[in-house]
Write a protein that binds this ligand. Sequence first.
Ligand SMILES: [Zn+2]
Length: 258
Amino acid sequence: MRQTQGRGIHKPSNLSVALSITTAYRTSDATRPYLDTMGEDGYQRYMYEGSDPALYTNRALRDAMQLRLPLAYFIGVAKGVYKPIYPIYIIGDNPGSLEFTLGFSAAEVGINLADLSAPDRVYAARTTKQRLHQPVFRGQVLAAYATSCAVCRLKHAELLDAAHIISDAEPDGLPVVPNGIAMCKIHHAAYDRNFLGISPDRVIKINEDLLNEVDGPMLKYGLQAMHDQKLIVPSARRLQPDRERLERRFDEFLAAAS
Ligand SMILES: [Zn+2]
């Protein structure tokens, strides 16, 4: 798929409007939240190509805005791996800052962002997080962990989640790879509820009450057998879970058990 190579705006030569936009993955994306490019109004921004607003690719996006046509947005989540987001609309054009504003419905095209009420901004920010930031975080974490549970090695994307180490309900619970761990649904739920903990040295711990329980194979093989096993993490250091975050979270696990 040629249009997904690198950053850019894809406009087929036989059309006047753009079909897709792309943001390529950079190494720093693993540690820097993709949220960086969200405006105060809660909407995501997309930089012009170059600095000439009249460049044909920038014009093609403006045409898509005027015609209220949907675009596909390809966001790089690892080298050569893209998360497609569809549909996305160009809802505003900001030549002063050389960027477009992205929204999720044709009805948002042309709305006055400066006039948005506080609840509208909160709603827009929540939508941007759900529709863009969370899928990007999931894509980045699953790519970093080679689509495999860090606890049990299960390799089915449909059964995997990107777990937060520090919860996204907390102000510093950022959607960045060092704050994420790929886990299957059962291990993610067990981690969130402190049945399973991960020490700062990345050793898996199972809650003591659970270790002493006697039950069927899910408890025995799925949970108890994981106790004292090493978490399986990406080999690149920048993709590994952050020690300080693990430590903070492990304190919660220990406190829940006492
Ligand atoms: Zn698992």
